[in-house]
Design a binder for this molecule. Structure first.
Ligand SMILES: N[C@@H](CCC(=O)N[C@@H](CS)C(=O)NCC(=O)O)C(=O)O
Length: 315
């Protein structure tokens, strides 16, 4: 891991705040996605199959019928001192298709040789303008949802934004705040707000099929990509150990209901997910031992559609 300052690479992990809290750096590229660019197939998405933020964009691409429009380049699961790398030999990975780059950081420098910031995925690259358009998953997700013509409304109400906001700190970033805390107090703070939020959503999902009500939305995509990593990784590696998702009947069935929507399971690569976390974060898992995958099946039967016959979802 590392980051750029004025185009110079500096190795090292995130620096916590004074109280030992993990602090995520804001992303730099925030331009809106453009319809013409999308349908002229100018966008290339750089992703890691391990990353929950990048995973959001892959699910939107699949559910919105955009696979033919958007090419995807997949980095290796291992994050080294040079950050994300291309390793086409590894199953599930691709070569870097435009420049034959070895590292994703080369792409950031092609966009701006004096770039300051982290080298994160997802990245939405414009092939014609040879620049990064956006590297903030939530904005890429919204951009795709707004521009897709094979249309399913993934943001059907303003409530969706409020839910995504509330999920961010407690759940999506909450697991990282727990796992990367460098003091007991920072860990307790993160894990308490994480499980407080999970208890809340467990109760909501007992009454309705999706977070925002009857209709599947972007909020469900944002929740799903954390939930699917929870039992195999966050519960162990990030010490989010109060309960597994399997222990919450509504959330466990909800997780499986989304996993089983057409096109979603293919976006979930449990090898990339598990190997990335356990092998890349050696400061919290020094020997890189990868925990065995839980026995519970994501494709086991669930009763969500019988319980909620009014549920609206894309596939
Ligand atoms: N806010 C960003 C976060 C993206 C992010 O942090 N991705 C991680 C992978 S899970 C990453 O690339 N980290 C590399 C680093 O921070 O150096 C988003 O939602 O797109």
């Amino acid at each position: 891991m590392g980051h750029f300052i004025d185009g110079q690479w500096h190795e090292g992990f995130y620096v916590p705040d004074k109280e030992g809290r993990f602090v995520r750096t804001p992303t730099v590229y925030r331009s809106p996605l453009d319809k013409e660019a999308l349908f002229k197939k100018r966008y290339l998405l750089y992703v890691s199959l391990a990353c929950p933020w990048a995973h959001r964009t892959l699910i939107a691409r699949a559910l919105l019928g955009l696979k033919a429009q958007i090419e995807v380049a997949v980095v290796d699961w291992l994050m080294s001192d040079h950050s994300w790398a291309f390793n086409p030999e590894r199953p599930g990975c691709t070569p870097e298709p435009l420049f034959g780059a070895h590292y994703l950081k080369e792409i950031y420098l092609k966009s701006n040789p004096n770039y300051t910031g982290r080298v994160t995925v997802p990245v939405c690259w414009d092939k014609e303008k040879a620049t990064i358009v956006n590297n903030e998953s939530r904005e890429i997700l919204r951009g795709l949802a707004k521009l897709a013509t094979q249309r399913y409304d993934l943001a059907p109400s303003p409530e969706v934004d409020a839910i995504i906001d509330s999920l961010y700190e407690t759940v999506n970033n909450g697991v990282y705040r727990a796992g990367f805390a460098t003091s007991q107090a920072a860990y307790e703070e993160a894990v308490s707000s994480l499980f407080h939020a999970l208890e809340h959503w467990e109760s909501v999902l007992g009454k309705q099929p999706f977070l925002a009500g009857q209709a599947f939305s972007e909020a469900d995509i944002c929740f799903f990509t954390t939930l699917v990593r929870f039992d195999p990784v966050y519960f162990i590696h990030f010490k989010c150990s109060h309960r597994r998702i399997l222990d919450y009947p509504n959330m466990w069935a909800y997780l499986r209901s989304i996993y089983q929507m057409t096109g979603v399971a293919e976006t979930c690569n449990m090898d990339h997910i598990r190997h990335h976390y356990y092998e890349s974060h050696r400061h919290i898992n020094p020997y890189g031992i990868v925990a065995r995958i839980p026995a519970a099946y994501l494709n086991s039967a669930h009763d969500r559609w019988e319980r909620f016959p009014q549920a609206i979802f894309p596939a």
